[in-house]
Design a protein around this ligand. Structure first.
Ligand code: SAH
Length: 393
């Protein structure tokens, strides 16, 4: 087996079981992309087995800290089985047929994401290691879940950092991929796994949509960055008086309209607006509009800490506008899915926005990603989604 030797004193993060080995910690390494390497500390002692990513700054990702273990098809079957049975036991499994089955590093499978949309799986192979074991992983997934159709969405930007080409299409089976029907807490949604964002649907917000549903009765609601209308449909189901859904993508809005039609929400008022949220909120402010519940779920504005400064400006801008648009007693459910913005920083940005808007506000709840997106304690990077429910006084 080829080896990766660490520089002296650079084994600390591995001792804490963090799965990433950065290029700066590597004394020497060799092998093919995705190959399993024995990781040795500077004294030559084997400490882990890891997948080699020669092109990436994350030079290797640990499969196991048990160097006697074999990384082979049965290793992946075991890991996938564990990940799937964890989801089977979650309470949310009784309320939906759409869940994240594999959440990368936090499930011991660095670079692999698998989402289940009823009987279709969507897989993303985002690092050289899982790319090397792609066939074995696909076969195991099919066997474990019984899903005949697996759509591959290996078109995320991060693949470039690994030197991997994008790959999109059915890897197993074939089905209509543009409108997979799913059920979430009794509501119907259609998921475009081929063209939609990420794997097609934001499963991480499932329980937060449910929370917004419970808060929406009788309220005038604004759903900013609505995508396919997840929060908007939930708010209507919860008895919202009126919902304004703002989204820049025409394709997403088309699916949002179909999602509305797929549910018995007769008599409820909704307006879909194709617009830039940052601009449209200014327009609404200038018109003196008021809302009782505002949801802000912008895209990832800061993928890494290097983008945090610009992202902070955008988060502050949009949250400030929301505070202006909120009626007294109104609620703001505001989110950030940026890995580069910590929960602490996000809270201080929202605090700054309230201050500049002249609003008295209190946090009354905190949001995170749903339980099918677990965060391994040794991998805090896995915690990316945070949100605050803020009450305007
Ligand atoms: N809340 C949604 C997910 C939102 S994802 C749900 O529960 O499903 C973020 C969305 O913001 C994407 O659909 C993206 O197209 C949209 N978006 C990005 N920038 C935007 C902008 N400036 N104005 C309006 N929408 C924007």
């Amino acid at each position: 087996m080829n080896a990766l030797v660490l520089k002296q004193g650079r084994e600390k993060s591995l001792r804490r079981r963090h799965p990433w080995i950065f290029s700066g910690a590597v004394e020497k390494a060799g092998g093919k992309p995705g190959e399993t390497l024995e990781v040795r500390d500077s004294s030559g002692k084997p400490v882990a087995l890891a997948a080699y990513s020669p092109k990436s700054q994350i030079r290797a990702r640990v499969w196991t800290f048990d160097v006697a273990e074999s990384v082979d098809a049965s290793f992946f079957r075991r890991k996938l089985q564990q990940a799937v049975s964890l989801r089977d036991r979650l309470p949310t499994a009784r309320h939906t047929n759409a869940m994240r089955l594999v959440h990368g590093e936090s499930d011991g499978l660095p670079g692999l994401v698998v989402d289940r949309y009823a009987d279709v799986l969507v897989a993303q192979f985002l690092a050289a290691g899982v790319e090397r074991w792609r066939e074995e992983i696909l076969d195991c997934l099919k066997e474990i879940t019984g899903c005949e159709a697996i759509f591959e969405r290996s078109d995320a930007e991060v693949r470039k950092l690994e030197g991997l080409q994008p790959r999109v299409g059915f890897a197993r089976g074939n089905q209509n991929a543009s409108r997979c029907p799913i059920i979430e807490h009794g509501l119907n949604f259609r998921v475009d796994v081929a063209q939609g964002q990420k794997t097609g649907f934001f499963l991480d917000q499932r329980e937060n949509r449910q929370r917004v549903r419970a808060l929406a009765a009788g309220r005038e609601v604004l759903d900013g960055f609505s995508y396919t209308g997840g929060f908007a449909v939930a708010a209507l189901a919860g008895g919202a008086k009126q919902v304004t859904a703002i989204e820049s993508s025409a394709d997403a809005l088309q699916v949002a309209k179909e999602n509305l039609a797929a549910n018995p929400l007769a008599g409820s008022g909704i307006e879909f607006v194709q617009a830039d949220v940052f601009k449209h909120l200014r327009l609404l402010r200038d018109k003196g509009e008021r809302y009782d519940l505002i949801v802000l779920d912008p895209p990832k504005l800061a993928p890494t800490a290097a983008h945090a400064k610009n992202a902070a400006r955008a988060y502050k801008d949009v949250n400030l506008l929301a505070f202006k648009l909120l009626a007294p007693g109104g609620l703001l459910a505001t989110f950030s899915c940026s890995g580069g913005v910590s929960a602490e920083l996000f809270q201080s940005i929202v605090a700054g926005a309230a201050l500049d808007a002249g609003a008295q506000a209190k946090i009354i709840e905190r949001f995170a990603a749903a339980a099918d997106h677990p965060v391994a304690l040794e991998f805090p990077e896995g915690e990316y989604l945070k949100g605050l429910l803020v009450l305007k006084g």
